[in-house]
Design a protein around this ligand. Structure first.
Ligand code: HEC
Length: 131
């Protein structure tokens, strides 16, 4: 009985630790997204700005945000955005898509990139947080 209770407590503590670590990642990713905000919107009601809105990015084909005027390079890149593609791109956008008009040097810090993906990938195509 005592053993069982202790086990349950450990399990609870571990769950709490795991979920708070995830929350931190998303919060840090949101802060990091401030670097993108001048050109990109995300979330409910997001509109194209200098760059396309980024809702539903996980699984979205490059160059397909409605009514956004992409460069040929971006449109023809053949990329379907997912975690691996995004992480490679955001390190050095011009290396991943030569000729892109995204004027952004990139983010080199792996932790920041992980947090950024945690934040960006949580939005579905309507800008709602996925459950
Ligand atoms: C100075 C403006 C600017 C900044 C800052 C910027 N972007 Fe972009 N981004 C663009 C433009 C413009 C495009 C369209 C590129 C093209 O058509 O060649 C783009 C394209 C993209 C795409 C491809 C979208 C698609 O539909 O294929 C992704 C993903 C992206 N940006 C993510 C980011 C993230 C994440 C950040 C912040 C870390 C960021 N961008 C910062 C301007 C910017």
């Amino acid at each position: 009985m005592t053993k069982l209770t202790f086990g349950a407590l450990v399990a609870l503590a571990m769950t709490a630790a795991a979920s708070s670590a995830m929350a931190q990642d998303v919060a840090a990713g949101k802060t990091s997204f401030n670097k993108c905000l001048a050109c990109h919107a995300i979330g409910e009601g997001a509109k194209n700005k200098v760059g396309p809105e980024l809702n539903g990015l996980d699984g979205r084909k490059s160059g397909t945000a409605p009514d956004y005027n992409y460069s040929e390079a971006n449109k023809n890149s053949g990329i379907t955005w997912n975690e691996a593609q995004f992480k490679e791109y955001i390190k050095d956008p011009k290396a991943k898509i030569p000729g892109t008009k995204m004027a952004f040097a990139g983010i080199k810090n792996e932790t920041e990139i992980n947090n950024l993906w945690a934040y960006v990938s949580q939005f579905d195509k309507d800008g709602k947080i996925k459950q």
